[in-house]
Design a protein around this ligand. Structure first.
Ligand code: UP5
Ligand code: MG
Length: 195
């Protein structure tokens, strides 16, 4: 008999809400494959920005904290997912960013099994990003790009969450709390919804 298709979990939330942190914990606990869309794009952009016009433009977009073109993003996700051997599940960090991307994902890839929205106060998002910027220095962790990322998120979040709410797919969690507290709720949600 053929294997069932892997369960697909999307993790959405503002910049600094803990998408990466929590996605990795999910991947570890449930043996799911981890896909960070931001990381996928950043790697590709660093690799291709000097030799390729399209990617040099995308590098500028991302470094300014704006969204990469939808079709490129979907293509990258598709390619990445296709390379994953039989997985029990796939956790996708930081996608979709708006309703258009959600529709296109469903059209071209699949309907997700669960969407987790990490809801976090603006103040907390800023604090965490400032702290991380001091420690790591991601190309888009500069003050101007951070402001753009926050603004873009605020513009798109409500319609995006509502879209998944209407399909009964989204669980909203308070992500202002400690990592462990948030993950406790996530694992309860995954246990209840997917197993
Ligand atoms: N931290 C995490 N959880 C904490 C907690 N509960 N308490 C205290 N501290 C906590 O966490 C951020 C920081 O906070 C870390 O230092 C962590 O230790 C701490 P992290 O898990 O990194 O949060 P995350 O939500 O992943 O923040 P990130 O900055 O990665 O979010 P973004 O949405 O900005 O980044 P992403 O990589 O998803 O996207 C980057 C860019 O890629 C976008 O701006 C866009 O240009 C592009 N992009 C697209 O164009 N399309 C896409 O579909 C996706 C990305
Ligand atoms: Mg991240």
């Amino acid at each position: 008999p053929s294997r069932p298709r892997p369960k697909v979990v999307l993790i959405i939330g503002g910049p600094g809400s803990g998408k990466g942190t929590q996605s990795l914990k999910i991947a570890e606990r449930y043996g799911f494959e981890y896909v960070s869309v931001g990381e996928l794009l950043r790697k590709k952009m660093i690799h291709n920005a000097t030799s390729n016009r399209k990617w040099s433009l995308i590098a500028r977009i991302i470094t300014n904290g704006e969204l990469a073109p939808q079709e490129t993003t979907i293509t990258e996700i598709k390619q990445k997912i296709m390379k994953i051997p039989d997985a029990n599940g796939i956790v996708i960090d930081g996608f979709p960013r708006d309703v258009g991307q959600a529709l296109s994902f469903e059209d071209q890839i699949c309907t997700p099994d669960l969407v987790v929205f990490l809801s976090c106060s603006n103040q907390r998002l800023k604090e965490r990003l400032e702290k991380r910027a001091e420690q790591q220095g991601r190309p888009d962790d500069n003050p101007k790009a951070t402001e753009r990322r926050l603004t873009n998120f605020k513009q798109n979040a409500i319609p995006l969450v509502r879209y998944f709410q209407e399909k009964g797919l989204v669980v909203t969690l308070d992500a202002d709390r400690d990592e462990e507290e948030v993950f406790y709720d996530i694992s309860m949600t995954v246990d209840n919804r997917l197993f």
